[in-house]
Design a protein around this ligand. Sequence first.
Ligand code: CA
Length: 223
Amino acid sequence: MRVLLVEDEEKTIGYLTRGLSENGHAVEAVRNGADALELALHYEFDAIILDVMLPGLDGWEVLKRLRAAGRATPVLFLTARDHVEDRVRGFDLGANDYLIKPFAFAELLARLRNLARLPKAAPGGGLLVVGDLEIDTLRHRVTRAGQGLQLTAKEYALLLLLARNQGRVLSRTLIAEAIWGLFYDQHSNAVDALVRRLRAKLDTPFATALLHTIRGTGYVLDP
Ligand code: CA
């Protein structure tokens, strides 16, 4: 894969560039948001690994401008920030995945492989549509078949994560880390409970299900 790495910490740049190259990826590393945006707008990458805290434009601003320009390149946020509000903000802006530092390198490789399998999604921002489900990410409004759904912050975060990756099965580990930024062991039941609560609002009142359980693997949003 051709990967754009946006990171301002030299140690992390060295470590990731070496590791990704050894695994057959072509890596271009930049150290600030302006350079990242310049490259991402003018060249094709299979994925962008984007740090949030950067000199000049931060990662959120880079992603916002990239999506506003109509670029759908998959973006994985790599950051030490671990509040659920931060992740919701990232997904709202059109991020495809989120990995919290510190992380295992094997995990990053697995996430990149998954991103490569994503269908070329429509640019983020504005309206996300999955079947008869519509998510207005600017106003945080969710409707299904024209009917408004009242979701909690965590339910909304989960729905956005699934919608940004529609058709792709997400593991419980990935969901737990994306929503809570913690390790799966402590949250295996929490993921299932959150899915149950979301499903009760999203699917139960309607004739067809959008949120599917893939036994032994995870969950997928698919019309
Ligand atoms: Ca940084």
